[in-house]
Design a protein around this ligand. Structure first.
Ligand code: SF4
Ligand SMILES: [Zn+2]
Length: 360
């Protein structure tokens, strides 16, 4: 309860301090090689203008590590504006007709929630993509509660058998961590129901849907060792439940969040890059499931960090190995420092209850 109250308070302060963005300021796009279900292929990434994640705007205050909502308009946007801005971004990247492309549509929240992306705008965007004739995969993000048969039927009515991946922020298979430390607001059952629905629609209606789980590395109030163990355990859980792909998201310090407040007070540090490598190498060795490791913020003051000598090298290696799905082999002197921290994690484990942390 204390964590939820703090999150609400910090979110309210962040809203007061920062002016909402205009729809054009929210949108962004880029074009990259990425690992698709068909191997490495050209992928177009588009951030759609949206009011922001309903979970973060609403009474909960949102998740303890996420400030995407601060980069949104906070006000509803009319569908014509959303579609016009989408078209401008699409036109920035003329695509050869013979190129197969994957399109990733980010809504800074839930693509399938009609309050964030109205149905008529969603329909129009999907129709435009289908008219291109060479879009083979569409990837979106959504909270589990919006993965509903009704919404998926509406999407498939337009895209037919084009592969449609729904990425969900499970974060961890540990309900206590997800609910109490991340303030995620949904249970493992909610996630399982979404994954089961995706599998049921594939088998019963012949849809071409895939599921992806985002796994958050090092939530607040977990030591380095427990963070590694929990991330690997979550990957095993997802593989057992036939999730199609995994994406590990190591913590970076977003402004205006509870994680930032704890970091400023010295009560939290993002994970070592070595911890991320330990996770990805273990999972790639043990499980037969494509796994990606997000490198946002790596080597920066607010992101995962090893030492000045190896941060950059490792970031480049991780990006390259996301495409090849091979383990990361690398040595640096700072590894011993990391090992000492992981091996002594139990000794450092704080037993101070969250409500007594000096966060004010
Ligand atoms: S992590 Fe996802 S659900 Fe949580 S506040 Fe951010 S966008 Fe919303
Ligand atoms: Zn190093």
């Amino acid at each position: 309860m204390e964590i939820e109250n703090l999150t609400k308070e910090i979110r309210a302060l962040a809203f007061e301090r920062k002016d909402p963005k205009t729809p054009s300021q929210v949108a962004a796009s880029w074009y990259n090689d990425d690992l698709t279900y068909d191997g490495v292929a050209k992928t177009l990434f588009i951030i759609l203008p949206t009011p922001g994640c309903s979970w973060a705007i609403g009474d909960s205050g949102g998740c303890t590590m996420c400030s995407y909502v601060s980069d949104c308009t906070l006000e509803p946007i009319d569908s014509k504006t959303i579609v016009d801005i989408f078209k401008q971004h699409l036109n920035r990247f003329p695509v050869n007709e013979e190129d197969k492309i994957t399109v990733k549509l980010f809504a800074s929240g839930s693509f399938l929630n009609p309050r964030e992306l109205p149905k008529d705008a969603r329909d129009e965007i999907l129709n435009i993509l289908m008219d291109l004739g060479n879009v083979h995969e569409i990837v979106v993000e959504s909270r589990a509660e919006y993965v509903k048969e009704e919404y998926i039927d509406e999407v498939v009515d337009i895209i037919g058998d084009t592969l449609f991946e729904i990425s969900m922020g499970l974060e961890t298979s540990n309900d206590y961590t997800r609910l109490k430390k991340i303030n995620k607001g949904f249970s493992l059952d909610d996630f399982n129901n979404a994954v089961s629905l995706i599998q049921k629609l594939n088998s019963k209606k012949g849809y071409n849907l895939k599921s992806k789980a985002y796994i958050f590395v090092k939530p607040i109030l977990l030591n380095e060792k427990d963070a590694i163990d929990e991330a690997i355990e979550t990957a095993r859980y997802c593989a057992d439940h036939n999730v199609d792909r995994l994406s590990f998201c190591p913590a970076t310090i977003h402004g205006g969040t509870l994680i930032e407040r704890m970091w400023r007070k010295g009560a939290y540090q993002p994970p070592w890059i070595w911890s991320c490598i330990e996770i990805i190498n273990t999972v790639r060795k043990e499980l037969d499931i494509p796994t990606l490791l997000d490198t946002s913020g790596f080597g920066s003051r607010r992101g995962p960090y090893n030492c000045k000598k190896c941060n950059k090298d490792l970031k480049h290696m991780i990006i390259a190995n996301n495409l090849t799905q091979t383990p990361i082999e690398y040595e640096c002197d700072c590894k011993n420092k990391w090992l000492a921290e992981v091996n002594n994690a139990d000794m450092n484990k704080s037993t101070v209850p969250a409500k007594h942390l000096p966060l004010y």
